[in-house]
Design a protein around this ligand. Structure first.
Ligand code: PMV
Length: 313
């Protein structure tokens, strides 16, 4: 059996994180500048059924059988085998690598799952359709953060900009004028599960206040989509700033995220906000070709550990 490889991009949430878990829309886009990759090889020296999982970046090199049920990589493999109805696959080696920063709001968990599900199902002779890949990755996402909205697996699987509403079919959107984005990493690892859990606790304690904030985020998301579809980048930038303020009120920003967003604006970004789960991880700034370098330099000077420049549309 020839080796099979598959990859999946990272993603950036442009608007609407957290409120999306409560049924509001969100906008997100793939980031092809970073990728997760899975390669499956036959292992002719091993007995049938043995699956060796090798993920050097997380120092994992183990037999599938020894990995716990809640290990996300093992869960992606097991979910694929169950889906295909294969109890004893041929012996194989699965190698997983990724350039997507982990626990940083860039969808690394979902991208790894999607790459694994794609590579493994293709290797076993039954490549799964995107819809199914996304659903299986969603099941694995539940291990990462309990109550995911499904936005990460959707964007990463389909590789398209999405206007996402939990439980609804895929809806993409048009980008009238290219969006030049900078993604700045605070370097603070922040598991999405914690931030999502804290928002849930806040909502349970003060439902009316949180629901009002979620509804305001939803209004911003719809306005942002209109601004993207009409190419009104000045408006889009100010909507990003407003979304950041609402995320602060939801309690998911951090001094590092606030500092990077402020530095980006002061250096000429049209707008900036945290992106993803928050508390750490990444922020995103809207720039243009003339301000991009200056804003990137300002982000690094303000403490960003890395800056990814990406273009949408
Ligand atoms: O931190 P990330 O990139 O996994 O983004 C999570 C987005 C949230 O809205 C906070 C959670 C979700 O499931 O939608």
């Amino acid at each position: 059996m020839p080796a099979v490889s598959a990859s999946a991009p990272g993603k950036v949430i442009l608007f609407g994180e957290h409120a999306v878990v409560y049924g509001q829309p969100a906008l997100a886009a793939p980031v092809f500048d970073v990728q997760a990759k899975a390669i499956v090889n036959a292992d002719i020296s091993a007995p049938p059924g043995r699956i060796l999982v090798d993920a050097p970046q997380i120092e994992l090199n183990a037999d599938l059988i020894s990995l716990p049920a809640d290990d996300p990589l093992a869960a992606a493999v097991r979910a694929t085998l169950v889906e295909l109805g294969i109890q004893q696959p041929p012996a194989l080696k699965l190698r997983v690598t990724s350039t997507i920063p982990v626990a940083a709001g860039l969808g690394s968990g979902a991208a790894v799952s999607v790459a694994v599900i794609r590579a493994l199902s293709a290797f076993l002779g039954h490549p799964l359709a995107d819809e199914r890949v996304s659903q299986l990755a969603f099941e694995v996402e539940k291990l990462h953060h309990g109550t995911p909205s499904g936005i990460d697996n959707t964007v990463v699987t389909f590789g398209k900009p999405v206007f996402f509403v939990k439980g609804q079919p895929l809806e993409t959107f048009q980008v009238a004028a290219p969006l030049h984005l900078l993604i700045g990493d605070t370097g603070v690892a922040s598991p999405t599960r914690i931030a999502v859990g804290d928002v849930r606790a806040g909502w349970q304690a003060e439902p009316a206040r949180y629901e009002a904030l979620f509804a305001k985020v939803g209004d911003l998301v719809r306005a942002a989509r209109a601004a993207i579809e009409s190419g009104d980048l000045a408006k889009l930038g100010s909507l990003m700033d407003e979304n950041h303020e609402l995320l602060q009120q939801l309690g998911v920003s951090s001094p590092e995220l606030d500092a990077l967003a402020t530095a980006a604006r002061q250096a000429g970004a049209k707008g900036a906000k945290l992106s993803g789960g928050g508390r750490g991880g990444n922020m995103v700034a809207l720039v243009d070709e003339t301000t991009s370098q200056r804003v990137a330099d300002a982000l690094l000077a303000a403490g960003a550990k890395s800056v990814i420049a990406t273009k949408l549309g």
